[in-house]
Design a protein around this ligand. Structure first.
Ligand SMILES: Nc1ncnc2c1ncn2[C@@H]1O[C@H](COP(=O)(O)OP(=O)(O)O)[C@@H](O)[C@H]1O
Ligand SMILES: [Mg+2]
Length: 253
């Protein structure tokens, strides 16, 4: 494969906590524009893997490259500035601010616009327009004046993804975005993720197989901290090892 098209490139990654290896010899890459889903049983190391990419944890061994630059060892803030944006299950949201203000403050932060410049009408018009565009994209334009804390769960998750998008990232990382959602909320958020990540690199941890198979170009199965299988959805669906270890098929009883 042409290595220059690899946005994220990881070889032989390890992480242990007090001698317990949670990530073991994990290798994975994400190309430009690829939507890559990570599946695997609870405790397999998926969230730890995300924490390693975003700089919250430092690998015990192995390096992580983003656009050809080594990012392992950088601070989370720096990694974020390089274009990796991760949603943190609602914790990004300011509940006492309106939906509109939440998105707008993410745009201010992305652009590094200081308070004195926020007073300029032209700056404000541009940023307000950009904010409205994102609100439309995430389907919250009619609720823009509501306090974020008053939104229902599904809408808060949508807002959270909107905040992630507002930083115009090169790669979006979502950790189980449909967790705790009703069927209807899941359907809406998946359609929204699909709409907003067209042509962008997406790394998504998701347990709902229907969601995974409808969104992903590539699926990697993580089992005991390593990649058990990786490939297009159809290959993964038909992979005997995956069926046995994860999809729950192939059992004799
Ligand atoms: N900071 C930590 N300290 C010790 N153990 C941890 C830490 N973070 C994760 N783990 C352990 O790593 C394992 C994998 O957890 P996690 O990455 O959350 O799995 P998953 O997201 O696949 O369900 C678990 O056994 C968990 O207890
Ligand atoms: Mg997890």
């Amino acid at each position: 494969m042409n290595t220059t098209s690899k946005l994220l490139d990881i070889h032989g990654l390890y992480k242990d906590f007090r001698g317990v290896e949670v990530i073991k010899d994990l290798s994975l890459s994400v190309c430009q524009g690829e939507r890559h889903a990570i599946i695997g049983p609870n405790g397999a190391g998926k969230t730890t893997f995300f924490n390693l990419i975003t700089g919250r944890y430092t690998p015990s061994k192995g390096d992580i490259y983003f656009e050809g630059r080594k990012i392992s060892g950088m601070t989370p803030h720096r990694i974020n500035r390089m274009g990796i944006s991760r949603s943190f299950q609602i914790t990004n949201i300011f509940p006492g601010m309106t939906v509109f203000e939440n998105i707008r403050s993410a745009i201010f932060s992305k652009k590094g616009i200081r308070w004195s410049f926020r007073q300029r009408v032209s700056t404000m018009n541009d940023v307000n327009q950009e904010t409205e565009d994102i609100l439309k994209l995430i389907g919250l334009d009619s609720q823009h004046h509501l306090l974020a804390g008053s939104l229902d769960y599904g809408a808060q998750r949508a807002l959270e993804i909107g905040i992630t998008l507002a930083t115009d990232p090169k790669m979006i990382m979502l950790d189980e975005p449909t967790a705790g959602m009703s069927i209807e909320e899941t359907r809406e958020i998946v359609a929204m993720i699909d709409r907003t990540t067209q042509g962008k690199a997406l790394l998504i941890i998701e347990h709902d197989m229907e969601v995974v198979f409808s969104l992903a170009d590539t699926i990697s199965v993580i089992h005991y901290g390593t990649v058990l299988a990786s490939g297009p959805p159809e290959d993964i669906r038909n992979d005997a090892t995956v069926k046995e270890a994860y999809l729950g098929e192939g059992s004799t009883c």
